[in-house]
Design a protein around this ligand. Structure first.
Ligand code: GLA
Length: 402
């Protein structure tokens, strides 16, 4: 499988470790060697927008990662540099507030702020980041930065914390500090999933299962539509509000459910007249998407990848028609992919509204798919596609240099 999906000559993040160490010393002083920590990106397989509705998700890590070179210092400073963005931020652990001028650094700052709230107080820290997770490709480079930061902070402070707590600290960094009202999908997957496993999570009970599997002749291909995700923040918040409104209308109509995810599929016809049409569509998506996650969980353990592909397609249609988190360009791309060789099924990756699709591919080099759809897509939209074949990746941790 690996040969079918090789992503060209791109350098892996670990090759930049010596450069991270020298940047750290050059920028923040020559006192002491750094240690290196890492965290992977994630790809969601099913469960679009179910997480903040206490629903079900199926996702995995990817074989792309964020690396951070980090060391403690004793003057209370919080120093960050991104080699990808060439952006340096000098802040303070004592007055650690969100700042739009700090860009990516708000993610590590948020994690350190939440850690301090949880009693993990650092004396000061230097961090230099590099990643091979493409930015804006729905592979959650931001949650990977958060996870790499918490690995570094806890590792350097020699402070224990369960995986479950780590995921929540990172999630609070994103929701409280950065300000996106997201669910737990990204942080939980990155911190709890493992290589060669899919992670199933019930976001209500937080019961999770690691399902071991190998893709054999299949792989996942993330395809960036080239349409920026500028709508994400506003549309995402709007959907969160719509789901809350649907829930409260149903409660007022006498349904004593704990969340939209507790609605059974057979109840849909009966609740339809009780909701405004748009809220009914949002609810139907959540209910049917949860069903798709349950179905996919079973087919992954049986390695019935053909069925998984058709569940991807059902998920895509539900996003397009009911949750409306697709976009005209994603719809064009989806239709082109439908007749491309090897494409077993395609769905909207991550939040949607631009960004990426993810396809399950059988036994075909991704370059052939690029050749089949790339030029046609550019002709129709004026945008250029980017292709990222992914495998599952290692869980977060320290990189020990032998
Ligand atoms: C983004 C959010 C997640 C989740 C997905 C949609 O990735 O960060 O919490 O809601 O969108 O499933």
């Amino acid at each position: 499988m690996a040969d079918k999906k090789k992503s060209g000559n791109e350098k892996k993040a670990r090759e930049f470790m010596p450069q991270l160490a020298s940047e750290l010393k050059k920028r923040f002083g020559d006192q002491g060697e750094p240690r290196f920590f890492r965290a992977p990106g994630r790809v969601d397989w099913l469960g679009s927008h179910t997480d903040y509705n206490q629903g079900l998700i199926l996702a995995s890590t990817v074989d792309r990662e964020i690396i951070v070179a980090a060391r403690l210092r004793n003057d209370g400073a919080l120093n960050c540099y991104s080699l990808n963005l060439d952006l340096e931020v000098r802040a303070s652990l004592k007055k650690n507030l969100p700042d739009s001028a700090h860009g990516f650094a708000n993610y590590p700052k948020g994690v350190l702020n939440e850690l301090a709230g949880a009693g993990v107080i650092l004396p000061g820290i230097d961090m230099v980041f590099y990643g091979d997770i493409p930015i804006g490709a729905n592979l959650s480079s931001s949650a990977a930065i958060e996870a790499a930061t918490i690995e570094a902070a806890l590792g350097l402070a020699d402070s224990p914390m369960t995986h479950w707590q780590r995921a929540f600290v990172c999630w609070r960094a994103e929701t409280n500090f950065v300000g996106l009202p997201c669910g737990i999908l990204d942080q939980f997957t990155i911190i709890n999933a493992k290589k060669d496993c899919a992670l199933y999570l019930d976001c209500d009970t937080l019961a999770s299962e690691l399902i071991p599997f190998t893709f054999d002749e299949y792989y996942l291909l993330v395809i960036d539509s080239g349409v920026g995700r500028h709508l994400v923040k506003s549309e995402y918040s709007k959907r969160v509000e719509e789901c809350r409104a649907a829930y409260s209308q149903l409660r007022k109509s006498g349904y004593t459910i704990a969340s939209l995810s507790k609605i059974e599929p057979w109840q849909l016809p009966e609740i339809e007249p009780k909701l405004e049409p748009v809220l009914f569509k949002r609810t139907r998506h959540i209910v049917t998407e949860n069903q798709r996650v349950s179905a996919a969980r079973k087919v992954v353990s049986k390695k019935d990848f053909e069925r998984l592909g058709s569940i991807f397609e059902e998920g895509y249609r539900s996003c397009r028609d009911d949750y409306e988190n697709s976009s005209p360009e994603l719809d064009i791309l989806h239709n082109l992919l439908a007749s491309a060789p090897g494409v077993t099924g395609t769905r909207v990756a991550g939040a949607g509204w631009g960004g990426c699709l993810v396809s399950l591919i059988k036994n075909v080099d991704y370059q052939k798919i690029e050749a089949a759809v790339g030029a046609k897509y550019t002709e129709k939209t004026g945008k250029k596609l980017r292709f990222f074949p992914v495998e599952t990746g290692e869980a977060p941790g320290e990189i020990i240099i032998a």
